[in-house]
Ligand binder design. Structure first.
Ligand SMILES: [Zn+2]
Length: 100
């Protein structure tokens, strides 16, 4: 058994036969040899028609364009190519995308 400290200060126990463990406090993941990778739970949605996967950055963004005040919007980006971010009205987003 290995005992070590997570970046966040939490103490983690890893059994000898465990391949990986996840800190329940900050959700960092550690692999055997204490190599870590960030899996901070991304919110991913799939476009129903194209199948492209997007990461939602904020599902409670506010449209402040004149005439659209208080409209709830989703801010999202392609999961693989993060060159652009997109905004779409919340209800429309939820119609066209499926949470994965
Ligand atoms: Zn932690």
């Amino acid at each position: 058994m290995t005992i070590f400290n997570c970046e966040c200060g939490n103490t983690l126990l890893m059994q000898d036969n465990d391949i990986s463990c996840v800190c329940q406090r900050c959700f960092l993941s550690y692999e055997r040899g204490i190599k870590k990778k960030d899996i901070k739970s991304k919110i991913l949605y799939k476009h129903c028609k194209t199948g492209n996967v997007y990461e939602v950055l904020d599902d409670n963004a506010l449209n402040v364009t004149n005439g659209f005040e208080e409209q709830r919007c989703v801010l999202y980006t392609r999961n693989d190519i993060k060159t652009k971010s997109f905004v779409r009205e919340y209800d429309e987003f939820m119609e066209k995308f499926k949470k994965i």
